[in-house]
Each structure stands twice: as C-alpha cells, then as structure tokens.
Design a protein around this ligand. Structure first.
Ligand code: MBD
Ligand code: FE
Length: 256
C-alpha cells in the first residue's frame, strides 16, 4: 500500500528536479561530479549537518509561519538524548578547567497570555568556547555542556555555563567544500540550544543568540529570529543573559 504523503512529496521533488536539470542544461560531467560529491557527503556522516544548514529553517517557516509566541529555531545535528538531570543550583556539566567566559543564563517561561509556566522541563546543550560540541569532537567528556532541568514553580531558572564560541562548519568536509563553491562563509553565530516542554503547550525547540555577534545577520543556517536574541551584561568576573519564552497552548499550535 502506497504512503500517499511519500508519493506526493516525491512526485513534487522529481518534477522540480527534472525541470531544473533541463532548464540549467546540467552536463553529464556535472551530474557525475555531483554524484561523487553526494556519495562523499553520506560517507562523511555530514548529511544531517548539510540538511539542517540548508533546509531545516524552511521546515520551521512552513510549520509555524507567524504564529504568536517565541519563535522556534533549528534543532540542528548535534542533539543527543540521555543528558544528565541537573539539580539546583544549576550548572551545565563542564570540565573543571572549562575554557570561556562564565555565563549565568536566566530565563522565564510563560504562556502567550503572560501566565508563568512553573516546573517546566528544559533540555539545554551548546558548543564550548572552541565552538565544539561534546560527542561530535574528540577529547571532550561525555555530555559536556549538556543537561536537563526543571524551572522553579514560577517558570524561572538560572543556569551557570560558559559563553559558546560561534560555530564553524568543518571547512574540509563535503559541506564546507560546497559552501566554498557557493562563496558562503561557514559560520553560525554563537548560540544555546533549548527544548522547552511545558504541560498543555506546544514543545518549543529553539536557540538563543547574543546581541552583537558578528554572524547574526548572515547565519549560514538561517536560524536567527528576532525574539531569540539576548543582550549580555558584564558583571565583575562573569556575564549575565536573560530571556523570556512565550509558549503557545496546544489549541493555538494546532489551529494553523
Ligand atoms: C549547529 O550547531 C547548528 O545548531 C545547526 C542548526 C547547524 C549546524 C551546526
Ligand atoms: Fe548548534
């Protein structure tokens, strides 16, 4: 039995691809070179990276359009399950000598009507001060800078971490080589990843960015949204960043 959704999407993909091949008069040589590059992309393990850089933002724009509330952003290729559950006072798991500026990241989770959403589950992960994610780079401890926790009963939390460096897509792999061909830089602005799951509300998969980051305007993965930028404030020996999240009740989420 055919899966109608698969049939309909694959038909669309074929139709547009065939059109493009003929319109651009893609040569046999170009076609064969693409096949080799595509094979390399798979063998390198960069398919999730390539997909999330070029296509995930369009999935989100299609799903959410201009619904009210905090905008979703990319899940990205570097989430892994099984992160440790953290207790107060919250500190994202890190090496004793973790490099980078200390950041106290504070948030307040609300419903779009302004009411606080207490005891909300939050998952958080990020790159380190070298722009590397644990599990995807050598020499970083398991679950470094990854954890889950609950907000307090007013929907607030403060977690101690370090400011991540901007993320640079590996320049020597098939994705990086492709970016050079299209004359694009390989950078994403520094960001924190969050999944916020409050009862009765649409699960929010999003990211938080920092005002003044040089890559905000030209994020290679197009993940930046206005409601996701926090202003960092320097205080003595650390930095503070605050943001409010407005979650959509499930009814609103389903309405579109
Ligand atoms: C990332 O760190 C990321 O979050 C996304 C969406 C794509 C590539 C690298
Ligand atoms: Fe990321």
């Amino acid at each position: 039995m055919a899966n109608e959704r698969v049939v309909s999407i694959f038909e669309g993909l074929l139709e547009k691809t065939k059109e493009l091949i003929e319109e651009k008069q893609i040569t046999h040589e170009e076609y064969r070179e693409f096949c080799l590059w595509f094979d390399q992309l798979g063998r390198s393990g960069e398919i999730p990276l390539f997909m999330d850089v070029f296509f995930e933002t369009h999935v989100l724009r299609g799903m959410y359009g201009d619904l009210p509330g905090t905008e979703p952003s990319l899940l990205g290729p570097y989430y892994i399950e099984g992160e440790p559950e953290l207790q107060e006072p919250l500190t994202l798991p890190q090496r004793p000598d973790e490099k980078g500026e200390v950041l106290f990241f504070t948030g307040h989770v609300k419903s779009i009507d302004g009411s606080s959403l207490g005891n909300t589950d939050i998952c958080m992960w990020q790159a380190d001060a070298d722009g590397e994610y644990s599990h995807f780079a050598d020499g970083i401890p398991e679950y470094n800078l990854r954890g889950r926790f609950k907000t307090d009963d007013q929907g607030r939390f403060t977690i101690k971490t370090v400011i991540p460096a901007p993320y640079q897509i590996p320049t020597g792999g098939p994705t990086g080589i492709f970016l050079k061909h299209i004359d694009s830089h390989p950078n994403r602005p520094a960001h924190l990843h969050l999944i916020i799951d409050a009862e009765g509300h649409d699960k929010l998969i999003t990211q938080v960015f920092f005002e003044g980051d040089p890559w905000l305007e030209t994020d290679v993965a197009d993940g930046v949204r206005d409601s996701l930028i926090t202003k960092l404030e320097k205080q003595d020996d650390h930095t503070v960043g605050t943001i409010e999240f407005a979650l959509r009740p499930l009814k609103v989420a389903a309405k579109k």
